[in-house]
Design a binder for this molecule. Structure first.
Ligand SMILES: Cc1cc2nc3c(=O)[nH]c(=O)nc-3n(C[C@H](O)[C@H](O)[C@H](O)COP(=O)(O)OP(=O)(O)OC[C@H]3O[C@@H](n4cnc5c(N)ncnc54)[C@H](O)[C@@H]3O)c2cc1C
Length: 637
């Protein structure tokens, strides 16, 4: 398929301004005649729904939680980037743009990233105006800290609860519109299909998670802000409910899925403790500002950390990357943790852990300062591990955390289905092959508050939308598909639980398409996924009925979609014969173990098109061009 990314021409610094000026506007009086669906009420969805409501559109907003306030965004801990340069340490829009393109290992679009860096400054103003309680310096100015992949301090934060505070801001803006009648909120309602009529997205089919009722919602355009697909790995730092179903069902209706193999492994999570664990917990990257990462120099050194003297410790990130030290980007930090553990120098019972040590920082700054900066994270760590990180170094290990891949969108954030827009983590847009810390919140809010309100308007102004009746054959077809899938899952009545399949699937994806990949392993994974998927459709047990609350049924549909996505991730990883960012193919590495890109052959976005159950998807390529930040071997040394 020919992909038209609608990238602006001319100088990058003014390209978004020009695009906005050239866009058609919808007259204020006409806005109320347009209906819009926003699926998702995380930072991306809530900010979009609130802004579109404020502009005067008739908006319906959906989420599967009991309240928009419970979206996964609430879990974000460390902070949100913005090029405000409050620290006067050399930051600028251009530097944030540069860091993000480089951090993404030259696999993102320059124009998108430049726009993101520009908008970052407005996001902070917007959130401060809403009352988001960002940390402040003694004199009242907003405080900043550093995150990986940057040598400036540009991360705004609210202790370790930045996502929660930002979401409260967006939620209040949303509720104001609900109160004003501009937005209708549909909690506990899951989108299970997209309605496409005459090639355009015109609505969704939903199931109410408490009553089981299946409903149709028609609109002039649909916006998905449905989050990432990290839970394909089963164990992840994502909220348990996060899933790929909305994106995947849209994919099956024709939206291309871009770069599915670009997933992010976060270096600082609490290590896995046993086979029956269902969730992993992140220890925010912000901790790497003050914590020092080390392992014993000697293989198999089992002494408690306080009995390992300085000369016997290896601060391996500081040693290998003296310029960035503990603040190297996530892909680099994760890979290095894996290397030292593979060498037999990992700590803890399983040997799959490294120390994150605050003793120097506590000596230098005092316990009170550390408490102020990270108190809630330390408490959380202590509650989970029963160890006091003020006294004993934390033990951490990489875990799946974020997905850079997602539905393909053009510069207007529109997918390959006209009228279907995708925002936040659900799209693939801005982070290339590796996202820098604190940039996801920035992107979600940039998409929701500042981009989508313009681009959706432009779409509506350019396209006449006809009324659609619920008896339209495409509407009836989408409803029938939802009902058939639900019934099929209930009828199998096999012997294994949905979770047992999901856990097994996650292990395959982690083992073969996780922190590192190779061709033979990916082939094996594709075979195993197909086999397990066939067994799933014959042997899964979904108790209960479709007519009331049934969490097994909810999960069963989501896991069915994860199976298909997992295969596509492996196919995409196999197709990309290079390493870049989080996609580390063992066959392609530099002599000192860094990712080895192949720009001549792989400087493109891989966008996959669905071709029916079990069939190999079709690959379309969007070439990437770099006019401003020239691709080079990423170095953080
Ligand atoms: C533990 C943790 C900490 C993080 N910390 C940071 C940080 O400090 N800084 C940073 O920049 N990023 C951070 N991230 C990443 C960031 O939190 C996410 O990328 C971001 O919040 C995603 O926002 P979103 O609005 O796109 O999606 P989400 O917040 O995941 O929201 C998805 C919404 O879609 C709805 N939804 C999904 N599917 C359906 C469906 N089928 N039907 C109806 N509704 C549906 C859900 O109900 C929900 O409302 C962190 C991530 C994790 C896991």
């Amino acid at each position: 398929m020919e992909l038209n990314s609608r990238l602006p021409s001319g100088p990058i610094e003014t390209s978004w301004d020009r695009t906005r000026f050239e866009m058609k506007l919808v007259n204020p009086a006409n806005k109320r005649r347009h209906s819009l669906i926003v699926v998702g009420s995380g930072l991306a969805g809530a900010s979009a729904a609130a802004t579109l409501g404020e502009l005067g559109y008739k908006v319906k907003c959906f989420c599967f939680q009991d309240s928009p306030r419970r979206a996964h965004s609430i879990a974000a801990q460390g902070g949100i980037n913005a090029a405000k340069n409050y620290q006067n340490d050399g930051d600028s829009v251009y530097r944030l743009f540069y860091d993000t393109v480089k951090g993404g290992d030259f696999r993102a679009r320059e124009a998108n990233v430049y726009r993101l860096a520009q908008i970052s400054v407005s996001i902070i103003d917007q959130c401060v105006a809403q009352g988001v309680p960002f940390a402040r310096e003694y004199g009242g100015t907003l405080a900043n800290r550093s995150f990986g992949g940057a040598q400036v301090s540009r991360t705004f934060y609210a202790r370790g609860q930045t996502g929660q505070q930002l979401l409260l801001g967006a939620y209040q803006a949303l509720e104001r519109q609900v109160d004003a009648g501009a937005v209708e909120m549909y909690p506990r309602t899951e989108m299970l299909d997209l309605i496409v009529i005459d090639g355009r997205a015109r609505g969704i089919v939903t199931r109410h998670l408490v009553t089981g009722e299946v409903n149709v919602h028609i609109a002039d355009a649909v916006i998905l802000g449905t989050g990432g697909y990290g839970n394909v790995f089963y164990l992840s730092t994502n909220a348990k409910g996060s899933n790929v179903t909305a994106s995947w069902r849209a994919h099956k209706r024709g939206a291309l899925f871009a770069n599915p193999c670009y997933t992010q492994i976060h270096p600082t999570c609490i290590p896995v403790s046993g086979d029956y664990q269902s969730k992993l917990t992140l220890m925010s990257e912000s901790l790497r500002n003050d914590g020092r990462i080390w392992v014993p120099k000697q293989k198999g050194d089992k002494r408690p950390p306080d009995q390992i003297p300085e000369p016997d410790r290896d601060y391996y990130l500081e040693r290998r990357y003296p310029s960035f030290g503990n603040l190297v980007p996530r892909d680099v930090a994760s890979r290095n943790a894996k290397y030292v553990c593979d060498e037999g120098r990992g700590v803890g019972e399983t040997g799959l852990g490294v120390y994150l040590d605050f003793s120097d920082a506590i000596k230098r700054l005092g316990r009170k300062t550390i408490e102020e900066r990270y108190g809630n994270l330390f408490d959380m760590y202590q509650r989970i591990t029963d160890e006091d990180p003020y006294k004993v170094p934390m033990r951490i290990y990489p875990a799946i955390h974020y997905t850079m891949g997602g539905l393909w969108v053009d510069y207007h954030l529109m997918s390959t289905i006209p009228g279907l827009f995708v925002i936040g983590e659900a799209n693939f847009s801005d982070h290339g092959a590796n996202r820098l810390g604190a940039s996801a919140l920035m992107q979600g809010l940039s998409d929701g508050y500042f981009i989508i309100p313009y681009t959706v308007g432009h779409y509506l102004a350019n396209n006449k939308v006809e009324a659609v009746s619920e008896s339209h054959p495409e509407v009836r077809n989408a409803v029938a598909c939802v009902q058939q899938t639900t019934q099929k899952l209930l009828n199998i009545n096999g012997k294994r639980t949905v979770d047992s399949f999901h856990r097994q699937l996650g292990k395959i994806v982690w083992d073969y398409c996780g922190m590192s990949r190779n061709a033979a392993g990916l082939e094996t994974a594709i075979g195993q996924i197909r086999e397990l998927r066939d067994e799933y459709w014959q042997n899964v047990k979904v108790p209960g009925s479709a007519d009331d609350l049934n969490q097994s049924l909810e999960k069963a549909g989501r896991v069915a979609d994860f199976f298909e996505l997992a295969e596509l991730m492996c196919v995409d990883a196999l197709e990309r014969n290079e390493s870049c960012g989080g996609h580390f193919r063992e066959e392609y590495q530099t002599p000192d173990g860094e990712a080895q890109r192949d720009d001549d052959h792989y400087s493109y976005v891989a966008a996959w098109g669905y071709r029916g159950y079990g069939n190999r998807e079709e690959l379309s390529k969007e070439p990437l061009e770099f006019e401003y930040v020239h691709p080079s071997q990423r170095s953080y040394k």
